[in-house]
Design a protein around this ligand. Sequence first.
Ligand SMILES: Cc1ncc(COP(=O)(O)O)c(C=O)c1O
Length: 376
Amino acid sequence: MTTRTEKATPVPYLDLPAQMRAIRSEVDAAIARTLENCSFCLGPDVARFEEEFAKYVGAKHCVAFNSGTSALHVAMLLLNVGAGDEVITTPFTFVATSWAISYVGAKPVYVDIDEATFNLDPKLVEKSITPRTKVVMPVHLYGHPADLDPLLGVCRKHKLPLVEDAAQAHGATYRGKIVGTFGEMSCFSFYPGKNLGAYGEGGGLATNNADYAARAKALRDHGSTKRYYHDEIGYNYRMEGIQGAVLAVKMKYIEKWTRERRRVAHRYNELLADTPLQLPKEADNAESAWHLYVVRHPRREELKKHLEANGVGCGLHYPVPLHLQKCYAHLGYKEGDFPVAEKAARECLSLPIYPEMTEEQIQRVAEVLQEFFKGQ
Ligand SMILES: Cc1ncc(COP(=O)(O)O)c(C=O)c1O
């Protein structure tokens, strides 16, 4: 541990260069192959990645996209969600979850979250179902699975499909099974900072339904299965060949990286146990993929300044819940509608977490946090 007289090395919030260094030669070779075969849009590298990712998730099909947002949009199209329909989801997530609903002209209907896991509270979902409800879309926020059994129970009772927004949850498990096949389909993001990140934008949709997969492939490619024949209005949502090549390399490491993230999270749990921080907890039937390690404290702003002043990076996920965002003012929600989400937005603080984090870095973060509370 660093003594007070030494100048401590800063701990970045995220360290993508560290991961890049470890796999650089493999990535260079994979990209060189893509350059040789000139398959820049979809192509064999993307097809290989789709196959490997589907196998990893345990799904029959994976369809690769140019972003997680596109995959979510297509998920709504596959379920024929449109104007006048409602989709039940969480107000405490990245905005893209709601974009998908808005893009098809439907209305996001928010339901408050569970205090412990930050995820959609299953107890509140049923009350929000109306004849217009078309889909229930939980998010596995920060990598922690939503409580799927009760959610699926409500969906079965009301004959509603469930779509998993698994953008942050590659490799998280619920009842011992990797998330991504609990609902009709699931959507992943491969944005660079995600647990499985491309070297640019990327996304994927996983499903066991061959019809959905076939239609998703057409929708991402201008609505066509045969060149220049367009069966329905489609999009240019194709994954780039280079991203498929990079992701196929990274697939070899995803299990190891998830284990390393767990190591970091468990060390934080030990080192911060005696602080007044509210630490993240895993539900008994779930294992988080630890995309983020989010602590809570009412003095979050001071804490953030203190960390940054001491060279420790941190993040806010998310400072404003979606029902209070300007872009959703027309939905008519107001402050106080979702008190648990609003409190989480005020108190949450994301600490650095990545597979390459060293024991010294973890200890340094803990030490800076402990200093904040000393004598209080
Ligand atoms: C929960 C959630 N949903 C959707 C997305 C959208 O993914 P992308 O950034 O790949 O479009 C993200 C990514 O930031 C996310 O965190």
